[in-house]
Design a protein around this ligand. Sequence first.
Ligand SMILES: *Cc1c(COP(=O)(O)O)cnc(C)c1O
Ligand SMILES: [Zn+2]
Length: 411
Amino acid sequence: MSLLGYRCSACEASFSPDEERELCAHCDANLDVRIQLEGIERESIERCRDPSLWRYAPLLPVAIPGIEDGPLRTVGGTPLMRADRVATRFGMVPGRVWIKDEGRQPTGSLKDRASAIVVQRARRLGRSPILTASTGNAGVALAAMARAAGIEAVILLPEGAPAAKIAQLRVFGARLCLVRGSYDDAFRLSKEAAAALGWYCRNTGQNPFTIEGKKTVSFEIAEALGWRAPGWIVVPVGDGNIITGVHKGFAELLALGWIDRMPRLLGVQAEGSSPIARAWERGDAQIVAGPASTRADSICAGDPADGARALRAVRQTGGAFVRVSDASILEAIPALGREAAIFAEPAAAAAHAGLGAARASGVIDAGEEVLLLITGTGLKDVGAAGLALEGQPPTIDANLDALRAAISTAL
Ligand SMILES: *Cc1c(COP(=O)(O)O)cnc(C)c1O
Ligand SMILES: [Zn+2]
């Protein structure tokens, strides 16, 4: 527990920890949470037997939940694995391509990290209900974590959200409204509602604590690699909050002296929702909002809530942005399944497609070390996987001849 206060990411104005602020009072930019880093010992973390994100409690701005809080205690601790066949596919070196599989979080996406921290914050403040706009996963994660803490959650999704995400939310008992329009419309409504009704708002980027959860994925990566950063980390980008969190996590480890250099960040946007990538290509700090459309619903954000910080994170690390087509995102779903035994939702598979694009354009060289951040499970959107697969499995009579005939043609 080490909350020092907040600093504006644009004008650098400081705010005290007692001030409950979302965006900067002067310029409306996103706020960075300041953490007291002095005096934290790496050994105390290494000795901790808890594999969840709470092992990094000294670096977090909220208190650890109790064991009676069940699911809140189980977030984080996802596997990091070698992906040699992915390396081979992209002409890279086996042993130098890694995957971090966030599909194995309690609700199946990296968003659980953010929601766990935000719920602990809301608890500390005694606030209920918690409101969020979401493309799906943030809402699902908030519904589960709020329920674990006995707090009401109100979620606004765009009406076209995948059925599995809607079902997950409803199973967890959140109050769900499907908003006519896009995620950007739901986001605008949630801001208005939080202000008018006085509800605590989890909105990605707008609530400074979402980053504090997302940064823990970097702590896990660094610790798993023996306290160092991989050469590159490939991150699918919608609002830009995950990539900003990944950056903050490594920046804190660098400030502590626990790692000796930052990773380079590769942000991946879908062609039809790429305002941050386009600003990067123009060499501009200005992000131009507009309508967004992509099958990768979790990265569909035309007016990104954390675009400026995402741009800065990529620039500061000597990284890059790439844009990928929906067709290449869908192709990446069975590719990841076959090469790494991972079933990813479209936004998560975009990391694989993005590595392909970065290899083709020469942004990433054959010998470099790369980690793909797989942000959510494919079980959340089996329809997308269906689009990516050709043909249908045969239906056969229950006898050996039928099986022989079917398999001889299928193999
Ligand atoms: C939210 C999400 C992203 C993108 O994160 P941003 O913070 O919006 O950039 C990527 N993949 C999945 C599966 C997500 O749920
Ligand atoms: Zn400011």
